[in-house]
Design a protein around this ligand. Structure first.
Ligand code: WT7
Length: 661
């Protein structure tokens, strides 16, 4: 796939289908522009109106945006609310108690449905159980779970009692889990005995125990375990460990929500940055929930009879905003899926869309690309073998979608009648930022089109000056928005430096991506990260994080990690390693490379595992000792170096690093 070069000349335009626009919440560009204009005319007033119309406030707010401690912005300060109340009680009061909230499908294909009433009951009982264990407002609770109704219940229950949750993706290692538990200072961990993936039972509780042994046990008082597989071999420490069903068992179905201030941290979610240590992104209750709700209405145009399916995991921001909170806050019916897109075969998504009559489907380009490949190999898994006519809207998230994948998705999944919303956003933004509105925006494959109303996205140069359309630059947001990151947990200095850098004037939000606006349409195209962050299969990984992990291996002297374009995963991780001993060659090099790849897999998790490792006697460095990553990226692509290498201390090294072992 030719990726970027084709993307920049893309000029196919897909108008919003008339049938879609007719019923859509935002049905024309004229309406979109009027909404943007409302923010231009009265920024605070427009946000205030939306916040009042959208959420239940126990105590109304007076201030809309408080900039007094910028860039630590506050929204709706005096207001009090509760996320769980807004996602269950408020929906039931609107008469939707019997409506299906979640259709859960297990890895093996068993289906469980729960109504808003039932969800409410389970959240309340578990929330009461947490309170009985001494968990309350301001406490931090780490979740290490797989996709399940219980995972959503646990997040909602934390929100109900004002405990701040921090979900750690179930694919992270014990060490990564331990670091996050300790950094966030969690007193309680919620997990499952095991998880089911692709027919296999994989450990969760055993990894929690390992994390506790690594150091987290000095702060964790309770471990709550959802019994998923009932495996007999799962370790259990009486006194500290509790079964989730026991915690809820004798509790009341009523649970008075903890009315928290709008700024109360709803959750902390760790993500990779350009230094070795992951950042705990803090999100505030009121503003976050407002945007999760509004984007469900604007981007997904959600209606009462929709069946919504976001295929992300609750361990990522997408699963927070578009599974645990957004769909529930609008009273939607959604699918929660435990398994893999390729099990029992690569037709699983299409089969589920057909069986559950999914109308809005939201997935990642990586998944689409892997299913294209799978259907080439096994035509039985091609979407054309399934009845997908329930679909009315498709979405894409996590990485740029290449036009080829976009066209395939449009034709074969959407039957050429479903708009595709290519949603650009980040863990830090809380919800969508730049995305088409399906009933209004003409689509261009590979472009996330235009910012949502109220989002003041722009492209600037290194000094913060606006760039004209048609010229690439740095993507920024010029004004705060309600669901923006509030802080980095325990590290306000890093927050300021990472997101509001002084070079740009200190008041522009720096997304960390490059972008370009089309000279004619002003549409945005994201050109990729401008920092040392990689995007592998839609997962964010810091190169420094992998480097620190590699040098922590006793045989490694030095390491440099770069990304290389990959047809399937977007980017692939290539690591250049200098060993303490002699540079290995042939079979010895292969053995060592395998060992190091497995080491990263064990220390961080499978998503960080380098695709390729190359060994050198040294790394290419300038005379001042700076590693020339630019050159390493060229070599990783298999291209010849055409740049001047005369400033290199050791140009001879490049020859060694040309080839994979
Ligand atoms: C980074 C954020 C968005 C939630 C899931 C990932 C890249 C995300 C797109 C898109 C091009 C995209 C950016 C961004 N990205 N969506 N539609 N087009 N790039 O959240 O892990 O915080 O990663 O993902 O590089 O900065 P995340």
């Amino acid at each position: 796939m030719s990726g970027m070069s084709q993307l920049l000349v893309e000029d196919r335009l897909f108008q919003a289908p008339k049938a879609f626009s007719k019923k859509a919440a935002i049905s024309s560009m004229k309406q979109y522009k009027a909404m943007c204009q409302a923010f231009e005319n009265d920024f605070d007033g427009t946000w205030a109106r939306l916040a009042k119309e959208t959420l239940y406030w126990k105590k109304p707010f007076k201030t809309v945006l408080d900039e007094s401690e910028a860039p630590f912005y506050k929204w709706f300060s005096e207001g009090t609310t509760n996320a769980s109340y807004n996602c269950t009680d408020r929906i039931i009061k609107a008469g939707l108690g019997e409506k299906t909230a979640i259709i859960f499908e297990s890895d093996a294909g068993d289906v469980t449905r729960i109504s808003y009433q039932e969800l409410h009951e389970r959240v309340c009982k578990f929330a009461n159980g947490l309170r009985a264990l001494g968990v309350g407002k301001g406490d931090r609770v780490v979740l290490y779970m797989a996709m399940s109704i219980e995972g959503v219940v646990a997040m909602q229950a934390c929100a109900r009692i004002g405990a701040t949750h921090s979900v750690v993706f179930g694919g992270f290692s014990a060490k990564s889990l331990e670091e996050r538990i300790v950094d966030v200072g969690a007193t309680t961990v919620i997990t499952a005995d095991e998880q089911m993936r692709g027919g296999k039972q994989l450990p969760l509780k055993a990894i929690v125990d390992e994390a506790l042994e690594l150091g987290a046990k000095s702060i964790v008082k309770n471990v709550i375990v959802y019994k998923r597989t009932g495996s007999e071999t799962v370790p259990f420490t009486p006194g500290r460990d509790h079964w989730m069903h026991d915690v809820s068992a004798k509790q009341s179905k009523k649970c008075e929500p903890e009315w928290v201030e709008a700024e109360h941290p709803l959750f902390v979610l760790y993500t990779s940055g350009s230094t070795g240590k992951p950042k705990g992104v803090v999100h505030a209750t009121g503003g976050y929930l407002l945007w999760a709700n509004l984007t469900m209405q604007w981007t997904f145009d959600l209606r009462q009879n929709d069946v919504f399916w976001c295929t992300a995991d609750i361990g990522w921001i997408t699963g927070h905003s578009y599974i645990a909170y957004g769909p529930l806050s609008v009273g939607g019916t959604q699918i929660v899926f435990e398994g893999l897109p390729t099990y029992p075969n690569a037709g699983r998504f299409w089969d589920m869309i057909e069986r559950h009559k999914v109308s809005i489907f939201y997935t990642a380009p990586t998944a689409i690309r892997s299913l294209i490949k799978a259907s080439d190999l096994n035509p039985d898994t091609h979407p054309k073998n399934y009845k997908l006519k329930s679909l009315r809207l498709l979405g894409s998230v996590g990485e740029p979608i290449n036009p080829e994948a976009w066209m395939w998705y449009h034709k074969n999944v959407g039957g050429e009648k479903c708009p595709i919303v290519d949603t650009f956003w980040q863990t830090e933004t809380g919800g969508h930022m730049i995305t088409p509105l399906p009933g209004a925006t003409p689509l261009v494959p590979g472009s996330c089109t235009l910012p949502l109303p109220g989002i003041m996205a722009a492209i600037v140069d290194e000094t913060g000056q606006d760039m004209p359309n048609g010229q690439g630059g740095i993507l920024v947001v010029k004004k705060p928005w309600p669901s923006m990151i509030r802080n980095i947990w325990n590290d306000p200095e890093r927050f300021k430096k990472s997101y509001f850098p002084a070079d740009l004037g200190g008041n522009l939000y720096l997304a960390g991506d490059g972008a370009i606006r089309n000279a004619k349409t002003a549409y945005f195209t994201i050109t990729g990260r401008i920092d040392d962050v990689l995007n592998v299969s839609g997962h964010r990984m810091g190169t420094m994080e992998i480097e620190s992990c590699l040098v922590a291996h006793s045989d490694v002297a030095e390491a440099a990690v770069v990304g290389r374009p990959d047809d399937l995963t977007g980017e692939a991780i290539v690591a250049y390693v200098v060993l303490k001993g002699a540079r290995p060659e042939g079979e010895a090099a292969q053995k060592k490379a395998l060992e190091l790849r497995n080491w990263v897999n064990k220390e961080i998790g499978p998503i960080a595992k380098p695709k390729e490792i190359r060994f050198g006697d040294n790394l290419p460095k300038t005379r001042s000792g700076k590693i020339m990553r630019r050159l390493l990226r060229v070599l990783a692509k298999g291209e010849d170096i055409t740049q001047d290498t005369s400033t290199l201390e050791n140009p001879g090294i490049l020859e060694q690093l040309k080839h994979a072992v």
